[in-house]
Ligand binder design. Structure first.
Ligand SMILES: [Zn+2]
Length: 389
């Protein structure tokens, strides 16, 4: 293999590598579906990748190896439970998240006066309280926990209720999405132009041309595309995440030094733009009607019938906090569904029986139909089956 061919191959491999995005466990990911993916209404598809890399507490999602390199948004379902009694580093399983740490220990509010965000982790008194999907989310959660801890004990339950409902706020989500929509198109033009220039170089090198024949042409096209990408990425980041100064510095340096990473700058800039938004609410705004209905249905099924085991431990206080918070999440989700014009009971109507022989039952969580008179659903860890009415 000639040197130029080897170089072309290396560039190709790096590009394919860059098309996989690592996301923390518990993430709900929204990806652009095809060319319409640049945050057009109905242009994105939700995905809850679950746990694929246990050692890294992360999963990998495939973005796209081909243009237009639209955004990949990471959304955060609640990573912990809380009540007026304290915070429990545990949450019932749901879209994107398995049940967290076994035997969690309840942390009373008085022990949460100083809460820190360390990367995606929320830490209090040297103990991990939650693993978030991004630094933006861990900063928001740390602020919230400190605020509730500082409140009067009798005000805490209401503060938690308000926080749960605030994440469904449609106006806030839409204004964040509008900000991304305003900033992203110019950046996408620059990143895609950069990709075309790099792809042309790879094709030229893989063909007959030696590097010395093509470099003047390459530099003349590459430098403007690359500089524009870095400048626009930095500006878009400053608008969308004004407080994340060190993250912006990192993004600028990496984009400047690694042009193949700069091709994905729109993903890096937009990824945490919806921090603080409930996944169901974001899906409702960005995905098509059917995807939003299915996601809301899945979330509701998990809230009404969580996958087993749906209890944190044998500890009575831990169970009480988990049950109280779970009931709040369920109430908030059902209130939001009704406000959006969806009847929660109709959403979870029994699945189609499709002419199956009796006896037939179904799983209320994953909605699989069984030809059994009774039993449990193995896929859902032993959720009891329900008979058709
Ligand atoms: Zn099931």
């Amino acid at each position: 293999m000639k040197e130029t061919e080897t170089l072309a191959l290396i560039l190709g491999v790096i590009h394919v590598w860059e098309s996989f995005v690592v996301v923390k466990n518990g993430s709900v990911v929204l990806r652009g579906a095809g060319v319409r993916g640049s945050l057009a209404r109905g242009g994105m598809a939700p995905d809850a990748p679950g746990e694929m890399l246990p050692a890294l507490r992360a999963s990998v999602v495939y973005a796209s190896v081909l243009p237009p390199f639209g955004p990949v948004l990471a959304l955060q379902p609640w990573p912990l439970s809380m009540s007026a009694e304290g915070v429990l580093p545990w949450i019932a399983p749901g879209p994107g998240r398995a049940a967290a740490a076994a035997r969690p220990v309840l942390i009373p509010w008085d022990a949460l006066r100083a809460v820190d965000a360390q990367g995606p982790l929320v830490v209090a008194g040297g103990r991990e309280v939650a693993l978030c999907v991004s630094e933006a989310e861990s900063a928001l959660l740390a602020d919230l926990l400190e605020r509730i801890a500082a409140a009067a004990p009798e005000a805490r339950a209401d503060a938690i209720r308000d926080a749960v409902r605030a994440r469904y706020g449609r106006a806030a989500a839409e204004s964040r999405i509008d900000a991304v929509r305003r900033r992203l198109p110019a950046l996408l033009v620059a990143t895609n132009a950069l990709f075309v220039v790099l792809a042309a170089l790879v094709l030229a090198l893989a063909g007959v041309h030696a590097l010395r024949d093509v470099w003047p042409w390459f530099l003349a096209a590459f430098l403007p595309a690359h500089v524009t990408t870095v400048v626009l990425a930095r500006r878009a980041h400053a608008t969308l995440h004004p407080r994340a100064v060190s993250e912006r510095r990192k993004l600028t340096w990496i984009s400047a030094l690694a042009p193949l990473t700069a091709v994905r700058a729109a993903q890096a800039v937009a990824r945490d733009a919806l921090a603080g938004t409930e996944p169901s609410a974001a899906v409702r705004v960005l995905c098509d009607e059917e995807a939003a209905r299915r996601f809301a249905q899945r979330t509701l099924a998990d809230l009404r019938t969580p996958a087993m085991p749906s209890e944190p431990s044998d500890d009575a206080a831990a169970r009480r906090v988990a049950a109280w918070f779970h009931a709040e999440l369920r109430a908030a989700h059902e209130e939001w569904l009704r406000a959006e014009g969806t009847d929660p009971d109709a959403l979870l109507a029994p699945p189609e029986r499709r002419g199956r022989a009796s006896p037939a039952t179904y799983c209320p969580r994953c909605r699989a139909v069984y030809e059994l008179a009774s039993g449990t659903c193995r896929d859902c860890g032993g959720v009891p089956l329900v008979a058709f009415a």
